[in-house]
Design a protein around this ligand. Sequence first.
Ligand code: NAD
Length: 458
Amino acid sequence: MSLKIYNPSNNELIKEIPTDNSETLAHKYELLKNGVQEFQKTSVRDRILMMSKFSDLLRKNKEHLARVLSDEMGKPYSEALGEVKGAAVKIQFFLQESEKYLTKKKVNHDGGTEEFISYEPLGIIANISAWNYPYLVGVNIFVPALICGNGVFYKPSEYSTLTGIEIEKLLFQAGFPPEVFKLAIGGAEVGEELLNMPLDGYFFTGSYKTGKHIATKVAPKLVPVGLELGGKDPLYVTNKVSSIKDVAASAVSGAFYNNGQSCCSVERIYVHDEVYDEFLEEFLKEVENLKVGNPFDKNITQGAISRKEHLSFLEEQVSDALSKGAKLETGGKVISGPGNFFEPTVFTNVNHEMRIMTEETFGPIIGIQRVTNDDEALVHMNDTDYGLTASVFTSEKGRAEKLMKKLDAGTCYLNCCDRVSGYTPWAGRKNSGLGATLSFHGLYVFTKTKAWHFRQNM
Ligand code: NAD
């Protein structure tokens, strides 16, 4: 079997590569099993040094890596460069802090007995990944997993496999032994094979539908499962902001960066009645500046939609909104090919009966709804099956904090949106995920604890 990799900007075949199957995966698993035993004899410091080299290699090879990524996934070259550089920055947390958190700690002294906690690697974990930010979402998993001493079966998405191959090359160049990181190449069927294997943890980035399937299927194994899933992230503009123009620019970036194909893209906007008209005017002006086209053209801001079949999904959301009375302010159509392009699209007069306000769009479409006060905004913001991120824009910090406490989302932003840091946990609530990555929480998920009770003088 083989995987055909197409360029979404022109739908030309880039490459055809062989996929894995149960035999090749079983062979890789045996190699991982042996490799991991040796790997676990290395110190955390050694593994941090290797990861530091990997981070340097990302920076050194950024132009090449960004070209590969733009080609297979369709994002603007400048954004691909930003992603590779961003991944190197995100790794910093793990380089700086892992040793501190993974060192065995004395936690109590009870009479003659000393008590310690240590952290041991899980073993061999699956990292089943998504295509929209293969570097940024990958480093949430394989970076801490390797630093903790695990072997990793990395399944890149079928839409970002060439990037997965580049990641593997750089990890080996950085000094990680080939026996501790193995690629599983292919689509859903190859991911499914991994679920049948006796792995020690499953860490998944992707859709709610697949995440739920994975969690259900591997549940009887009683091994850790981490899920980073979709979102329907709201942004609220209060009536007290210092610059509506700046807020509009930030909201447009949050909604349309990477063509809206981000788990934490702004997916719906609520605006206080008192500033609604001004905000809409500024927002539409910003949207007019978006230019769709070839990812390597320096003048464009929007590249291709990565998956061809997603174009009809976006069209369905548009027709649903129109049929229920939404007002199309701009966009709304597929741009005729050869590649997969969609116009940046803005709807007003929207409500929660419409799919664009409740179902993850994962594309360049946004709905803007008018609200009259904070309580109404809060009800709408929490009216979702998802709970990844939520943003409040206001110059009144206390007011924002009151709202943020009541928002049922793993990440809350004040006067910003669509951002991730290595230092804070990344944890979706409800259908947005299970468990956390990044920060020290995102280290410990790749370990099992051991309690030590040392009684002296027997
Ligand atoms: P997807 O669920 O279609 O696929 C994700 C991965 O799962 C791919 O590698 C795919 O081959 C594999 N897969 C598919 N079916 C499988 C099965 N039955 N068994 C095992 N593996 C299987 O998702 P996608 O289209 O790649 O990604 C888009 C989704 O990911 C969006 O919902 C987005 O919000 C979400 N996402 C979330 C985060 C986050 O951090 N929360 C980050 C990026 C993307």
